[in-house]
Design a binder for this molecule. Structure first.
Ligand code: PHE
Length: 450
């Protein structure tokens, strides 16, 4: 396709694209979700399958998604429409963009509620409420938060407003300035907490839990959760990375850049896992505590360490920051589309998108209290949204992206845009994208849903 330009602006450098993509990838998925699903799925074997999914499926699909974005230079919906036309294939391929928009709304709706928990914990930790708490007291504090729809609503609203504030300012003034500041701070604080975790007696037990592979502990459910999480944590399959790819300068190598983002994301997840399981095992807590794991375990550690109030408040601020730099990428594809196709101002588009996601979020809030016994297929509203998006819609989106770029686009166009030359790396990517990724996803989806 002829060189396109983006009406939304471009990242000012390769590093800003890396920071932005890493900002999208590194979020609640790494710090909150990865540890608790690892705990629920028995540890090491699950982690191994997850790492395989990242390397063999996630990274190849991510390269394809960035490539699509940079070729089309528009919102995912319009990018897919334009590329399908240019490649003279069925216009229904634009469905990748539409399905992604739906997933984006659904994820943003519950993502904001969980990020709200982190905001709440910034306050409770800073006010010293959690000073010196026992594991039992910490659990009670968390349950009390979930039991209060109004508190949850307050923080959900606050977080959604924060997201809108950035998205409405656009790529350079909003997204870039926020990310430049937040990401380096997050890495520094994680390093500090890792050093602390290392001093705990349970560190190596946690290490073993994460890295010793006992295949008997892995269920077929675990495999689908691992694959789904690979997509969720890399922000793949819904167009977030495609939207960011649309703002990527033309002279940047997609392959190397994506590899770096994948490595950073994996590193943060593993470090978060090491920190949390060190605390879990040092305090005799349950690794399989579920979605509350992060919020119940860490206050116990903060309560005991020197300067715990300070370190604890900083930590939850950073969790909120990490969530923030991800939530803006959930909103960006639809906001960009509304600007392009509905002629809305960025501000207005951001408000509409935020409002819809905010209303949907009420379902998640109520699923922790008043509607906790409202279930679909035996899952609460929150669990259904989580399962439907991470384990079905995102892998399906990834499957379609792999098939589209691997089989429907002209190989010569793909090679030019990928700009990886024609060496081993390119060949390796082609093979994984055309065979391993689609077959792997199809196999796991089929087995998981059957
Ligand atoms: N990758 C983000 C995380 O790990 C979540 C996310 C998913 C963001 C999909 C954008 C798109 O928290």
């Amino acid at each position: 396709m002829a060189e396109q330009s983006s009406i939304h602006g471009l990242w000012r450098s390769r590093w800003l694209f890396i920071l932005a993509a890493a900002g999208s990838a590194v979020g609640l998925g790494n710090i909150w979700k990865f540890p608790y699903i690892t705990g629920e799925n028995g540890g090491g074997a699950f982690v191994l399958v997850y790492l395989l999914c990242i390397a063999l499926i996630g990274v190849p699909v991510m390269i394809a998604e960035v490539l699509l974005g940079r070729t089309g230079r528009q919102s995912p919906i319009n990018t897919m429409t334009a590329i399908a036309k240019d490649q003279q294939v069925n216009p229904a391929w634009a469905g990748i963009g539409w399905m992604g928009a739906l997933s984006g709304f659904l994820i943003l709706s519950f993502y904001s509620v969980i990020a709200g928990w982190a905001l709440n914990y910034v306050c409770t930790t800073a006010m010293g409420v959690l000073d010196g708490v026992s594991a039992a007291q910490s659990g009670e504090t968390f349950s009390a938060l979930l039991a209060s729809p109004l508190t949850l609503l307050f923080w959900h609203s606050a977080f959604m407003l924060l997201t809108l504030a950035i998205v409405s300012r656009g790529v350079n003034k909003g997204l870039e300035s926020a990310i430049k500041l937040l990401m380096p701070m997050l890495f520094a604080l994680l390093a500090l907490l890792l050093a602390y975790a290392f001093t705990l007696e349970g560190f190596w037990q946690g290490f073993d839990f994460l890295f010793s592979f006992d295949l008997n502990k892995l269920s077929s459910d675990g495999v689908i959760v691992a694959l789904g999480h690979a997509f969720f944590t890399l922000s793949l399959g819904l167009g977030a990375i495609m939207a960011y790819g649309a703002y990527m300068p033309a002279n940047v190598s997609i392959g190397k850049t994506v590899l770096l983002v994948g490595l950073l994301d994996t590193l943060v997840a593993l470090v978060a896992g090491l920190i949390i399981f060190a605390i879990v095992f040092s305090n005799g807590l349950e690794p399989s505590a579920g979605p509350g794991l992060l919020f119940q375990t860490l206050p116990v550690a903060f309560g005991q360490m020197p300067f715990g109030t300070l370190v604890g408040s900083l930590f939850f601020i950073l969790v909120a920051f990490a969530a923030w730099s991800s939530s803006i990428s959930l909103a960006e594809p639809v906001v960009a589309w509304a600007v392009e196709s509905l002629g809305m101002s960025r501000m207005r588009a951001a408000i509409v998108v935020g409002l819809v996601a905010w209303v949907l979020g009420l379902g998640t809030i109520l699923s922790f209290n008043l509607w906790s016994d409202v279930t679909l297929f035996g899952k609460t509203i929150f669990a259904t949204l989580d399962f439907l998006t991470a384990n079905i819609l995102l892998p399906l989106g990834g499957l379609l992206i792999a098939v589209f770029v691997g089989w429907r686009m002209k190989a010569s166009d793909v090679q030019t845009e990928a700009d990886m030359g024609s060496g081993v790396l390119y060949a390796l990517w082609r093979v994984t994208l055309r065979y391993i990724a689609p077959l792997g996803i199809a196999f796991v989806l089929y087995n998981g849903l059957k």
